[in-house]
Design a protein around this ligand. Structure first.
Ligand code: GDP
Ligand code: IMO
Ligand code: MG
Length: 425
């Protein structure tokens, strides 16, 4: 009875899609437990590239995939993604959607936009996919759940309860939407989704009792966690392993391994503090070498040095048993590479992030410098083949984050993956 979870351990976009797809080859079921189509997970194999926002990356291995109750699902975006996969010849009949996940409706997207506008220069830089507003409705107990959405009568009833409340808060919505308009369009989507909807908690429990290998695919990253991220510049959920039981409907004891996905440097999209951010040509070099432009919004990603304080915080939150170090190839060609080992804050050395944005903005990263490497490492298939300076960089990261590097990646393709310790389910 064992599950493995793949968790983003920075600010998202660490390469979770690639690792999930890789590990899915050994798994029986892949489960997403958090977020919605704010995620963009890229998978590359046999020269083909796919980007998934909602459907678990395990779909490419032909497994059953589950979208757990912790997700927020935009039905229209979901059906578009199903079509995108079907057009590419991928079977999507084995998707199961939780009857308890919350549905994102068009007014959530509008509210996201309005909230960002109202915040002015304090805007979060959300993906504007209605994620925060849908989770807000969930916790305000006025959301519409998938089980209700796929029941025509209940959907209309819930819409009649919820939409007027939203209009009270955001009068602009009355000019844009009517209950009838939303209902007529979305009940058609509901009909198509209905056959996939079930109590996925029961399903998962059965699979775990049958000793099936369950892989949980995280979305976003631990630094976007609603409690331990750089609040309020975060997403509205728990992306780490701490979110699995909440978002999949099973207890935490099934998690045997939590693999943190980290980049060999750091990136962030959207606003909010980023202590090791680079504003110089090295930052541009990393952005260009790593093609660091958003999968969902195409925004250029902010880039910076590896930050061990950030990864240590993620390790603590998710009880990481190992990390997969991604995009190592991007650093080839740099004379020196810096690693942030701690912060200086109010005259003291600290190893955790302050809880306030002001505090995180004030920390001064303490850097170690290491010599870089020139060699192209994109065809490397073992640790021993790596240039010595690159090996030393990996070993130093392990020491600073108190966690072993169990895999590393030297390119986007499935084949450009090196496993240092087997991950057993
Ligand atoms: P996710 O959201 O965590 O799944 O990550 P994204 O897909 O948003 O961003 C990661 C990007 O890096 C994608 O374009 C991947 O194809 C790419 N990628 C993953 N691993 C590597 C690697 O080791 N080297 C390079 N060059 N690209 C990688
Ligand atoms: P994956 O799964 C990177 C960021 C947004 C914004 C903040 C809040 O691909 O790693 P939201 O729309 O969630 O309310 O936006 O969170 N964000 C991500 N950044 N990767 C993601 O997903 C993200 N999902 C949300 O840019 O700063
Ligand atoms: Mg992404």
């Amino acid at each position: 009875m064992a599950g493995v979870v793949v968790v983003g351990s920075m600010w998202g976009d660490e390469g979770k899609g690639k690792v999930t797809d890789y590990l899915a080859q050994k798994a029986d079921i892949v489960v997403r437990y958090v977020g919605g189509n704010n995620a963009g997970h890229t998978i590359v194999y046999d020269g083909k590239k796919f980007a998934l926002k909602l459907i678990p990356s395990g779909i490419f291995s032909g497994h059953e995939v589950i979208m757990g109750n912790g997700m927020v699902v935009n039905p229209k975006a979901f059906l578009e993604e199903v079509k995108y996969l079907n057009d590419a010849g991928i079977d999507t009949s084995r998707i199961r959607v939780s009857d308890r996940c919350h549905v994102i409706l068009p007014y959530h997207l509008e509210i996201d936009e309005l909230q960002e506008k109202r915040k002015g220069d304090k805007s979060i830089g959300t993906t504007k996919r209605g994620i925060g507003p849908a989770y807000t409705d969930k916790y305000s107990r006025i959301g519409i759940r998938m089980g209700e959405f796929v029941d025509e009568e209940l959907f209309l009833e819930k819409l009649n309860e919820t939409f007027p409340l939203k209009v009270m808060e955001y009068p602009e919505l009355a000019d844009l939407f009517t209950i009838e308009g939303i209902y007529n369009e979305y009940k058609e989507y509901a009909k198509k989704i209905k056959p996939l909807v079930c109590d996925t908690g029961i399903l998962l429990d059965e699979y775990l009792r049958e000793d099936k290998k369950v892989l949980f695919e995280g979305a976003q990253g631990a630094m976007l966690d609603i409690d331990y991220g750089t609040y309020p510049y975060v997403t509205s959920s728990h992306p780490g392993a701490n979110g699995v039981s909440e978002g999949a409907g099973i207890g935490p004891l099934y998690i045997k391994e939590a693999i943190g996905i980290i980049k060999a440097y750091t990136t962030r999209v959207g606003e909010g503090p980023f202590p090791t951010e680079l504003f110089d040509e090295t930052g541009d070099f990393i952005r260009e070498q790593g093609h660091e432009y958003g999968t969902v919004t195409k925004r250029p990603r902010r880039t910076g040095w590896f930050d061990a304080v950030v990864v240590n915080q993620s390790r603590r939150m998710s009880s990481l048993t190992g990390v997969s170090l991604m995009l190592l190839d991007v650093l080839s060609g740099l004379d020196t590479i810096k690693i942030c080992s701690a912060y200086k804050y109010k005259g003291e050395i600290i190893h955790g992030l302050p809880s306030t944005v002001k505090g995180v903005e004030e920390v001064e990263p303490i850097y170690e410098e290491m010599p870089g490497w020139e060699e192209d490492i994109t065809n490397v298939q073992s640790f021993a083949e790596l240039p010595v300076n690159c090996q030393n960089y990996i070993r130093r990261i392990e020491e600073l984050i108190h966690c072993p590097v169990v895999m590393f990646s030297v390119g986007p393709d499935r084949k450009q993956t090196v496993v240092l310790r087997d991950i057993e389910f």
